[in-house]
Design a protein around this ligand. Structure first.
Ligand code: AMP
Ligand code: MG
Length: 351
């Protein structure tokens, strides 16, 4: 398949109008368009068309029990696909939609099981990105859009990274520049009496608790080693992973730096190319290996923004092993650590 890549940032108004009209038509015809959101690039298709959803699974090589999030551009579209919208959901919508918050509802019959991975529920998000919003409006249907990566790889945060995985597999890529947040949305299950966080993201537990009083965290997230079955099916797969094996090192900062230095020196002695994922505060203490900072510990937003890009850069360089510093799990650190732990396949050294 020939993938049309359209850079919206260099077009004039008439060309932009034409590009959206064409992209909307592709979605209505059952095709696939990748597009930027504020979290990561999404791979979009008509969420109400089971065959279109099946094409997404094929393009990504995604297991068919891993459901897709339906993206909407206004609240009336939620009424079309959710059977029941609890009060707590209305409170969250008011504060965080459009934005990086996905909510799970009981689905209406019009949403095919092909989109929901066979579940009776549907996950819905209203993205806060002008390209995503306009594409969904032009399409006129909710747009199912998982991250636009080959299943298992780090999610793409630019059109270039999207093309790396999807060129030749989908109809179109809309280039709207780099994604502001850089990690996927927070997913909250609203079908339970007390809402449950199924995937941590930019909207933190603390932010949700402040509005709702009580919010739980899916047990599979708190104790991932202990074989609780995650309620978000996607959370059980190794994910977001670089090609090289990665190990996280957690503990007092000085001890962490010393341990990673030791591991990198050992790798070097074995003739291996080591990648080190560090922070601005520790960058100067490393010498062996290829060293990349995710940003300052004072700004977890920058760490989230750079995380996937750095993992992909290590893939490009072709390192043999990766050692990464860990973060405290407070606030946005919970989401950052969730992605890092999954990228490392839960391989962690606790000091
Ligand atoms: P991605 O599309 O790559 O952002 O991944 C979507 C995530 O949402 C996966 O982890 C899915 O398992 C989760 N998800 C989607 N729909 C549902 C649902 N109805 N119930 C629970 N989790 C869901
Ligand atoms: Mg994904």
């Amino acid at each position: 398949m020939n993938t049309k890549i359209i850079d919206l940032q260099v077009l004039d108004k008439a060309e932009i109008d034409k590009a959206y009209a064409e992209a909307g038509q592709v979605i209505r015809d059952g095709g696939m368009v990748a597009f930027p959101t504020e979290t990561v690039y999404g791979l979009g298709a008509n969420a109400l068309d089971a065959e279109a959803a099946a094409r997404i699974y094929a393009a990504k090589g995604r297991p068919s029990d891993n459901p897709l999030i339906a993206h909407i551009a206004d609240e009336s579209q939620l009424e079309d696909i959710a059977a029941y919208i609890p009060k707590a959901a209305r409170i969250l919508m008011k504060e965080y939609w459009p934005g990086p918050l996905t909510m799970v509802f009981k689905k209406k019959d019009c949403v095919p099981y092909g989109t929901t991975g066979g579940l009776e529920t549907v996950a819905v998000r209203m993205p806060d990105h002008p390209v995503a919003a306009r594409l969904i409006r032009e399409a006129g249907v909710p747009v199912a859009a998982p991250s636009a990566n080959i299943s298992g790889r780090p999610s793409p945060t630019t059109a270039e990274r999207t093309a790396e995985d999807m060129d030749g597999r989908i109809d179109m890529i809309l280039d709207g520049g780099s994604c502001r947040i850089g990690i996927e949305s927070t997913i909250v299950d609203m079908t339970e009496e007390v809402p449950v966080i199924l995937r941590p993201g930019f909207i933190t537990r603390e932010m949700l608790t402040e509005l709702l009083g009580e919010v739980r965290i899916d047990r599979a997230l708190e104790k991932p080693q202990e074989n609780f079955r995650p309620k978000a099916p996607g959370q059980k797969y190794r994910h977001y992973a670089p090609k090289a094996p990665m190990t996280l090192v957690e503990g007092d900062m000085k001890a962490v730096v010393a341990k990673i230095r030791e591991l990198a020196a050992l790798s070097l002695a074995e003739g291996k190319k080591a990648g080190i994922v560090c922070t601005d505060e520790t960058r100067e203490y490393y010498s062996d290996g290829i060293i990349k900072s995710m940003g300052s510990r004072e700004s977890l937003e920058s760490v989230a923004h750079n995380l996937y890009e750095i993992l992909r850069e290590f893939d490009e360089i072709g390192v043999d092993v990766i050692y990464s510093e860990a973060f405290s799990k407070d606030d946005l650190g919970f989401a950052v650590m969730n992605r890092l732990m999954k990228a490392a396949g839960h391989k962690e050294i606790l000091l």
